[in-house]
Design a binder for this molecule. Structure first.
Ligand SMILES: Cc1ncc(C[n+]2csc(CCOP(=O)(O)OP(=O)(O)O)c2C)c(N)n1
Length: 802
């Protein structure tokens, strides 16, 4: 079944001098069930790797290690066979054929175990996950059977008034577990979506947050061979592995390699010889192990952890096995892979062959084998008959062991509220934060453009009690840092900011050293990320998941590029809480605005964020969407994100030209004590108008600039639609007509979301003024752009009777 020979003919330099190896056949060490790829690793590490590899290969496992390995296999095997009988049409994505994954993972945990509090953060996809849950992660079998039978794991009381928590399939379950013999090591197995490989980004981010919080933590990702070879996010994560702001001291990669992806054989599934070849770009050692040899799998995982601990780098263990059934248990694999399955059908399972080996070695007797087998069967039957709600294992809250709102999340509430919270701060204090945000050591030579523009402008504005968008951000971040929150802003070029507006770090013009003034106030990191959206967004989401005190802001270079991370948006950010009861206070900053910069530098695609909103008006809304031009509001938004007792992801369409627009400025009083975020702002110019223009974003500034008499309502918060706030704001005011104005092309922007809500709110039909429909987000040339914008403003003027 092994199509490739993993032999390495030239043995190590050490092997030639090592007396232990001379006694044995040194050649065999590289020719048997393990193939190593160390040649691309740096030479100093190679010496260590070859020598440790040889030691491990020559040293037999102790009888108790062998029995433990066997027990884990037997447990996984009994579970899989039981499910095959009881739930024959259920898709469980059996791991049979690569079941040595279970003892391999155990070996990782055991080797990593330390005296101090430590964590393994584990991302594992569908293949074999259920067996790992029950064999290693202490997940109650009865709860799993209950779930397999089709029940929900969500606490019914949370869905009492309103259906919000959708739950997820069994192979996406998460659990945190501390095995008694491995104390104080805790293993946090994360939720995963079906979307393969993206979970690796989330576990990496979560691991980094644990490490930044002072814990020892190791990231472990289990891959399928086809997804590892095919998914681009793996490359993005590999590129993160040595970057100071992303590295996690080396990740471990374990491949449950069944040589097939769904129906596609490996020769059609990738161009490289091995699915693990992506790891070679970062010089990570790779070992390929015949998955039918569990002892070697255990040893190689030990080698992997030891290497990772010593060199702080990634290591990959490729368990090369097969897949007993089709892609799932109801698929017929012979349709597409007849020859392979002729061989597979003849094969003895790994557990059975290992039992035979241990019996031959006199370590396992037939009697003990049969006894443990029947004990496991009995336990499975008992668990199966107890798989009803009354008998399930529950936590202190009476919930079905879903591990939510524990430890650092304990103070958070599972239910949201749209209640207004005051987020203002004392004004002089805010001024001092803003000053501190541009204060650099006297020996740091700041670029003259920044000295003259950014620094002096900020200080001059402060004297006049004015706050622009970047200063509002600095004040929000600085105040949150002082209040004990951790702030991480990450994106391509976020230190400076795409529009040279943030300048959270000052680069000395002589030494190139960078100084971050806000770091003086607390745990602040502002990170220029690698040029990736999917991997980085996943990483940042994972970072936000770990701790409700983390304010994580991911910034797209332009909002347009955020769709490269759409899988993280859909599978995690907008639906994670509802599927898994895990909150995230993640903030997405997406520069947005029609400014003639072409089809791909114009839109955060607000319509897509709004499409992902579960309910427009209810309190328990999955996502907040804000189109922000008012600096004071940005300040309150960020503070609100942390100061309330629940976490909800936030998408902010952020300004571009609005960063420096003369009307996009707030009075500092708007940030003072007693103030809060204003979801909407009503502006009456001149004698006002009986027609109400409602809009959002930059077009508001343009309307204010160009029209004398009008009533205009700026909607900053689009979702949840702020109807109560609007009722209070508009009171008994009566408008004859209501028009929604947007700068985005028809069908894009907020119109499809907001117009029906406005109609309902005002009780009348709402007209729309927009650019004409376009296939892209904006025009590709200046002339067409100018004409369309001119038309838009003429329509607005005309509609006002001007
Ligand atoms: C991103 C993504 N694309 C497509 C799929 C559909 N799909 C589910 S499993 C699978 C094959 C995965 O093969 P492999 O990674 O080798 O894992 P295996 O199932 O063989 O263990 C595919 C294509 C998916 N889940 N995720």
């Amino acid at each position: 079944i092994l199509r490739r020979r993993f032999s390495r003919e030239n043995s190590s330099k050490l092997a030639k001098t090592n007396p232990l190896i001379h006694k044995n056949n040194e050649f065999d060490l590289y020719k048997g069930s393990v193939g190593v790829e160390f040649e691309h690793v740096s030479s100093q590490e190679q010496d260590w790797l070859y020598s440790r590899y040889e030691e491990l290969m020559l040293q037999p496992l102790s009888p108790s290690q062998k029995l433990n390995t066997f027990r884990l296999l037997q447990m996984a095997d009994s579970f899989e066979s039981f499910c095959q009988k009881k739930f024959s049409t259920y898709k469980r994505y059996s791991g049979e054929g690569t079941e040595s994954l279970v003892p391999a993972l155990y070996s990782i945990f055991q080797t990593y175990k330390t005296e101090s509090d430590s964590w393994v953060v584990l991302n594992i996809a569908h293949r074999g996950k259920l067996a790992v849950l029950v064999s290693l992660m202490g997940y109650p079998m009865r709860n799993l059977f209950y779930k397999i039978k089709g029940n929900s794991l969500m606490p019914p009381e949370l869905n009492k008034d309103y259906y919000y928590f959708v739950d997820d399939i069994s192979t996406h379950i998460a659990v945190t577990h501390m095995r008694s013999e491995l104390k104080p090591l805790r293993v946090s197995m994360l939720h995963n979506p079906s979307h393969l490989e993206v979970g690796g980004a989330v576990s990496m981010g979560k691991t980094r947050s644990k490490q930044d919080g002072g814990f020892k933590a190791m990231n472990v990702s289990v891959h399928g061979d086809a997804s590892l070879g095919g998914q681009g996010v793996v490359y993005e994560l590999a590129q993160m592995s040595h970057l100071p702001d992303f590295q996690v001291g080396g990740s471990l990669h374990l491949v449950a390699n069944n040589q097939l992806g769904f129906t596609t054989p490996e020769n059609l599934g990738r161009s490289t010889p091995y699915c693990t070849d992506v790891f070679k770009i970062i010089g990570a050692p790779v070992v390929h192990v015949n998955a039918m040899c569990p002892e070697e799998a255990v040893k190689m995982c030990q080698l992997a952890v030891e290497y990772r601990n010593k060199f702080n780098k990634d290591f990959a263990v490729d368990l090369v096995g097969y897949r007993k059934y089709g892609h799932n248990e109801v698929d017929e694999p012979g349709i597409t892979n007849p020859k392979m399955y002729q061989i597979i059908r003849e094969m003895e399972g790994c557990t059975q062959s290992y039992a035979r080996k241990l019996k031959e070695e006199g370590i396992l007797s037939e009697k003990v084998y049969q006894k443990t087998k029947s004990q496991l069967e009995e336990a499975l039957n008992t668990e199966f008959s107890n798989a009803n709600f009354e008998n399930l294992e529950k936590d202190q809250k009476g919930w079905l062991k879903i591990d939510s709102f524990r430890e650092q999340w304990r103070s958070m509430s599972p239910l949201h509220s749209n209640q207004v919270i005051q987020t203002g701060r004392e004004i002089n204090h805010l001024k001092s934060i803003a000053e501190a945000s541009v204060k650099v050591p006297s020996n740091l030579k700041v670029h003259p453009i920044l000295q003259k523009g950014h620094i002096s402008n900020r200080l001059k504005n402060l004297e006049k009690n004015l706050v622009d968008w970047s200063t509002a951000e600095a004040m929000a971040v600085g105040s949150l840092l002082e209040e004990g929150f951790n702030v991480r802003i990450c994106g391509e070029d976020s230190i400076r900011g795409t529009f040279t507006h943030r300048n959270a770090g000052f680069f000395c013009q002589e030494t190139e050293e960078v100084y971050f003034p806000l770091k003086q106030l607390g745990n602040f990191s502002v990170v220029n990320s690698l040029l990736s959206e999917l991997g980085v967004l996943g990483f940042e989401y994972g970072y936000s998941l770990d701790n409700p005190k983390n304010l994580v802001m991911w910034e797209a270079q332009f909002g347009d590029f955020s769709n490269m991370g759409q899988g993280i948006m859909d599978q995690f950010i907008s639906s994670g809480e509802s599927k898994w009861l895990r909150q995230s206070g993640m903030v997405l900053l997406l520069p947005h605005g029609q400014e003639g910069m072409g089809p791909d530098h114009s839109s955060a695609r607000i319509e897509r964020a709004l499409e992902a909103v579960n309910d427009f008006e209810a309190q328990q809304v999955n996502l907040e969407v804000v189109n922000n031009v008012v600096p004071a509001n940005y300040f309150h938004l960020l503070r609100r994100q942390m100061l309330r007792d629940f976490r909800r992801p936030l998408v902010v369409a952020t300004p571009k030209s609005g960063l420096r627009h003369k009307l996009a400025i707030s009075q500092i009083e708007e940030l003072g004590p007693g103030t809060s975020f204003k979801p909407a702002i009503l502006n009456t110019l001149g004698s006002g108008s009986k027609k109400l223009l409602v809009c959002s974003g930059k077009v508001y500034l343009e309307i204010l600039n160009s029209n004398k008499d009008l009533s205009v309502l700026l909607l900053e918060q689009l979702a949840p639609f702020p109807k109560d706030y609007l009722s209070e704001l508009l009171g008994s005011k009566n408008f004859e007509e209501v028009v929604w104005v947007q700068e985005e092309p028809q069908g894009q922007g907020a119109m499809n979301f907001v117009v029906p809500l406005l109609s309902k709110f005002f009780g009348k039909e709402v007209q729309v003024i927009s650019k004409p429909p376009l296939s892209a987000a904006s025009e590709g040339n200046k002339c067409d752009f100018d004409n369309h914008m001119k038309d838009l403003h003429e329509k607005i003027s005309k509609s006002l009777g001007n």
